[in-house]
Write a protein that binds this ligand. Structure first.
Ligand SMILES: [Zn+2]
Length: 267
């Protein structure tokens, strides 16, 4: 399997990356997409991908940090233009397979909403210019994000709706537009609606992810998450879909390759 969303650059993994990767491999995880969320983490993702052939990188600015790209009225700032230009340079690197994580987050609202919209729009344009798919972060803003994509156009190279927490309308949107749903630890949580939505989505439309160090699956809640724990998510998804874990692993790996490119040796 591929861990399609991980943050191995975080200090929670300091000095432990080889051990974390070894445990992941033992649990069947053969590839990792390390997702950037600001300029520094985008650089760190590329450095990890340069050091490890099993890691690919994404570059982008998270909605929490949208104020680094745009002012509160939603105008891209001079500093923001410089960051966008640097992201565009980074996106040309061979290790970079997507733009992200980008989107709207109205749960935390850490950046003003007009700035979030402006940062999203600018990075969608960037994704189309460099012809890369997109990793979306959407929280408490599903209807708003999908309406925005309908108005400015969904990214041409498609992508994934990471940490999917939308409703059936969002599942239908993903089906219509050819996007994948990122399913992680929350599918194992008691209060989650994902167990009803995963069968509606279907195995060909989902990716497995951890979002480590965050969102650990049951029975690891309260601990630092890591890619090896993804087998709990895999098993839960397989039960929900009435498939074997091997079938889910094979299909999600193929879907990852279709959108983000294949890893040598994981086919
Ligand atoms: Zn993330």
């Amino acid at each position: 399997m591929i861990d399609s969303h991980v943050h191995l650059n975080r200090q929670e993994f300091d000095g432990e990356i080889p051990a974390v990767m070894t445990r992941a491999r033992a649990a069947g995880v053969t590839g990792f997409m390390n997702v950037g969320y600001d300029l520094a983490s985008s650089h760190e993702s590329i450095a990890l991908a340069e050091a490890h052939p099993e890691i690919r990188a994404t570059v982008g600015v998270h909605p929490h940090d949208a104020e680094n790209l745009a002012d509160p009225e939603g105008n891209i700032t001079a500093a923001g233009r410089e960051i966008l230009a640097e992201l565009e340079d980074l996106a040309a690197r061979p290790e970079v397979v997507a733009i992200g994580e980008i989107g709207l987050d109205f749960f935390r609202d850490l950046s003003p909403r007009p700035a979030q919209y402006a940062a999203l729009t600018a990075q969608l344009e960037l994704a189309n210019r460099v012809q890369l798919p997109v990793v979306f972060h959407i929280r408490d803003a599903w209807a708003e994000t999908l309406a925005h994509l309908d108005s400015v156009g969904a990214p041409e190279k498609k992508g994934v709706l990471h940490a999917f927490s939308g409703d059936d309308a969002a599942v239908n949107w993903a089906h219509e537009h050819g996007f994948l749903l990122g399913i992680g630890g929350p599918v194992t949580y008691k209060k989650s609606h994902l167990p009803e939505l995963v069968p509606l989505a279907g195995v060909e439309h989902i990716l497995l992810e951890t979002d480590a160090p965050w969102l650990p699956p049951v029975p690891h809640r309260g601990q630092r998450n890591e890619s090896a724990y993804m087998e709990h998510t895999l098993n839960k998804v397989a039960t929900l879909l009435e498939l074997t874990p091997e079938e889910v692993a094979r299909q999600t790996t193929a879907s990852f390759a279709r959108i983000f490119g294949a890893f040598a040796g994981t086919e």
